[in-house]
Structure formats: structure tokens, C-alpha cells
Write a protein that binds this ligand. Structure first.
Ligand SMILES: *[C@@H]1O[C@H](CO)[C@@H](O)[C@H](O)[C@H]1NC(C)=O
Length: 403
């Protein structure tokens, strides 16, 4: 094993350096801690490459290889002030994080958390440490949801899993010592999409049956699949970003119908050409990003998208497609966006529309941030970014204040 270990280390070092030089040359100049980002990307790519080669050659599982050379995942939370257990909420797998509080206190607050990963990757396991920190920071009982993933389970399954788990928590809050009127939803990236969709659905259909949500917290959320030429997507088509435009569009396609030949059509907005002057286009109006751009006046167009695309207009798939009347009842909202992120404009537009609909919104902008900066150290230890730590702190502060 020693020989293999040396070979892997050498291969990693050489490939990482070559990749680092390549990536560095196309990095935006204003990104935070560029050296660390480049090394993360290079090391991550290299491990993936070695892992998949190892598996393709039939040597076995990559996890065993990395374990045998001493590479351990840094995922897991361990803190004596935190009680963690797995459970099932109406058939949906969840992991519950309960911070220890002084006895005799009043009821606790609660937070549903939906992890990122393009609706297709990651797990509560991979998010264990981040969610543990959120629970410890906020003092809330946090429920992290193991929703089923695309492309095996396309929309609406991942959304419905999140909804079911949230409804269950609202109904059974007392069993966890939680006040049902002090529960929020949160998520990052595709998890931010799921949190926004769950909040919309509960507000619209469950208002009378369940206590209303107290807040929604959306960290660089993905909120629309209508316009893939927003300024932030346009930039992501050209400069290097942590989440390239094509990769993000691919995640949307997997979540929608897994017809990967749509990626090129979507990249050029070919799928929504017929709706360019419809009210749907006015929901993602450039005016929301730059008020010097005149506001779009929608025409009374009714074009049906083909069946395999029609969910693009469904607000539970893309929350920016919600009508103003449905936005207006949403709870206090936190949206964070990063400068170097194709999803930046999704977040800004949603914050703007919510504000115009009368919702209390805090939009936190991190111009030098990039997609995923808050959770980089989950995949590889030693890759915590100062800005990511700040984003997490700001999120925790909002939740503490509003819950
Ligand atoms: C996938 O999308 C392409 C491009 O729009 C379309 O021509 C094709 O029929 C689709 N395939 C399936 C299986 O739906």
C-alpha cells in the first residue's frame, strides 16, 4: 500500500498544480481568497479524477482507497452541547439537531433545513457539520431533510418530500419542545429553491390548517429556469466561476425531466422565446436588477409550453414565477447572494419582488463571494473561507433575531 500511497500523492500534487494554473488564469479578479479557491478546485478535481479512474479500473470503491491512504471526510459534527438523531417525518428521512438549553426555559424555536447540491447531489450526512453549527449558533431545533434526489426522483418529488417533512414538524412541534409558531425554513442553493417553494406552498394552501412559517432564509438560492441570460448567468458563461452556467442549467434539467440535450437550448433561452413578452418574463425583469432599465409591460400572451417543459412556469419549481399576490403573504425573508455566482440575479430579483409585495426582506450581498463559499470546508478540511464564516454568522444572526 505504501507504493500506491506515494503514487497517489505525487499524482495529486502534479495534477493539482497543472489545474491550478489553468483555473487561475480565468478567475474573476475580484473573488475572495483566490489562491485558496484555486487550490480547492484543483485538489477536488484531482481527487475526483483519481477516484473515478480507480473505480473504472475495477479496483473497488473510491472511499476505500481514500480511507486506506488516510483521507477522511470532515463532515461529521461532534459537540457535547448538541443531540443529533435520525428519524422519519411522515415517511421522509430527517436528521434532527437539538442544542442543549438550560432546564426550565420556554419552548424552543425550530428550523427546517434543505441542503444544496443541485437537487441531485449531497445529503444530510455531507451537511452534518454545517447544520450542526447552525443549530448551535441559533439555538433552534434544526431538522435536516433527506429528500429524494433527481434525476431518479424528478420534480415534484424532492419538493414534496421537503413539504411533507415541514408539515409534519409544524404539526408535531410540541413533541420536540418547539413552539409551532416559531418555525422557519432555510436552505442553500437548490435547498434555497426548496425552502422558497415550501414557504410559497404553505402560505397558499395550508394557511388555515397549520401555523404560518416565521421566516425563510435563502442562501444563494436557485429560483428560476426561465432566463439563463441574466447578467450573472451571462458572466458565468464566460469567466470561471465555482458553479459554471452549464453545470447549473444541467441541474435544472435533471430536476425537470433529465433530457440533457436541453442544456444548449436553455443556455440561449430558446425554451422561452415565445414567452419573452409574457407576464412570466415580467417576473424576471432586468429592471429589478437595474432601475435605469425600463420596466417591462407584459402583453396578454397565452402560450403553453410543451408538457415536458411546463413546470418551468410552476412556482413550486421556480419560485420567481409566483404571482405578486402569492408573494405578499410570505414571512420575513433573508436572501444572500454572491458576486461571482450565476445565481446572484435570481436572489436579487426575488428580494426585490418580495419587497415590492410588502414582505420584510434582508438582502445580504457578498460582492467578492462565490457560489458554495459557505460550505467549502465540508468537502475538504482546511478549506474554510473567511467570507463563508461571515455568511454563516450573518445567517445565524438573522434567524436568532427573527425566530
Ligand atoms: C429532448 O429534447 C430535445 C430538444 O428539445 C427533443 O428534440 C427531444 O425530443 C427530447 N427527448 C425526449 C426523450 O423527450
Amino acid at each position: 500500500m505504501m507504493g500506491a500511497c506515494k503514487t497517489v500523492t505525487l499524482l495529486t500534487a502534479v495534477t493539482a498544480v497543472v489545474l491550478a494554473v489553468y483555473v487561475y488564469s480565468s478567475l474573476p479578479p475580484d473573488v475572495t481568497e483566490p489562491g485558496k479557491l484555486v487550490m480547492f478546485k484543483a485538489v477536488f478535481f484531482t481527487f475526483s479524477l483519481i477516484g473515478s479512474t480507480y473505480e473504472k479500473l475495477g479496483f473497488g470503491d473510491r472511499a476505500d482507497l481514500f480511507r486506506s491512504i488516510g483521507v477522511k471526510p470532515s463532515f461529521l459534527v461532534s459537540d457535547s452541547n448538541l443531540e443529533v438523531r435520525d428519524s422519519s417525518f411522515s415517511g421522509v428521512q430527517v436528521r434532527i439537531y437539538k442544542p442543549q438549553v438550560q432546564k426550565g426555559g420556554s419552548k424552543m424555536t425550530g428550523l427546517m433545513f434543505f441542503h444544496g447540491g443541485g437537487w441531485a447531489l449531497s445529503s444530510t450526512y455531507a451537511y452534518d457539520r454545517l447544520v450542526g453549527r447552525i443549530a448551535l449558533g441559533t439555538g433552534a431545533v434544526v431538522v435536516s431533510v433527506e429528500y429524494r434526489l433527481a434525476p431518479e426522483q424528478k420534480f415534484p418529488v424532492p419538493f414534496e418530500d421537503c413539504l411533507t417533512a415541514t408539515q409534519h414538524f409544524l404539526q408535531h412541534a410540541a413533541e420536540f419542545g418547539v413552539d409551532p409558531t416559531r418555525i422557519g425554513v432555510a436552505g442553500d442553493s437548490s435547498g434555497g429553491n426548496l425552502a422558497a417553494a415550501v414557504a410559497l406552498r404553505l402560505e397558499k394552501d395550508d394557511k388555515k390548517k397549520l401555523p404560518p412559517l416565521k421566516l425563510q432564509a435563502l442562501v444563494y438560492p436557485a429560483l428560476q429556469a426561465f432566463d439563463f441570460q441574466t447578467p450573472s448567468y451571462a458572466r458565468g458563461h464566460s469567466v470561471y466561476v465555482n458553479l459554471p452556467a452549464k453545470l447549473m442549467i444541467g441541474f435544472w434539467v435533471k430536476y425537470l425531466n433529465n433530457n440533457m440535450s436541453l442544456i444548449d437550448v436553455f443556455s440561449n433561452n430558446g425554451h422561452t422565446t415565445a414567452l419573452r413578452k409574457s407576464r412570466f418574463a415580467s417576473y424576471v425583469d432586468r429592471h429589478f436588477l437595474d432601475e435605469s432599465v425600463p420596466r417591462l409591460t407584459p402583453e396578454d400572451i397565452s402560450v403553453d409550453l410543451p408538457d415536458d417543459l411546463k413546470d418551468i412556469l410552476n412556482p413550486y419549481f421556480s419560485p420567481l414565477m409566483a404571482e405578486d399576490a402569492d408573494l405578499s403573504g410570505l414571512p420575513d425573508t433573508y436572501v444572500s447572494v454572491c458576486g461571482t455566482d450565476v445565481l446572484r440575479d435570481d436572489g436579487i430579483m426575488y428580494a426585490k419582488r418580495l419587497e415590492m409585495a410588502g414582505v420584510q426582506v434582508r438582502l445580504a450581498r457578498y460582492p467578492s463571494g462565490f457560489h458554495g463559499v459557505m460550505s467549502m470546508d465540508l468537502a475538504l478540511k482546511h478549506f474554510e473561507f473567511e467570507l463563508g464564516r461571515q455568511m454563516l454568522q450573518d445567517l445565524v444572526t438573522f434567524v436568532r433575531e427573527k425566530l
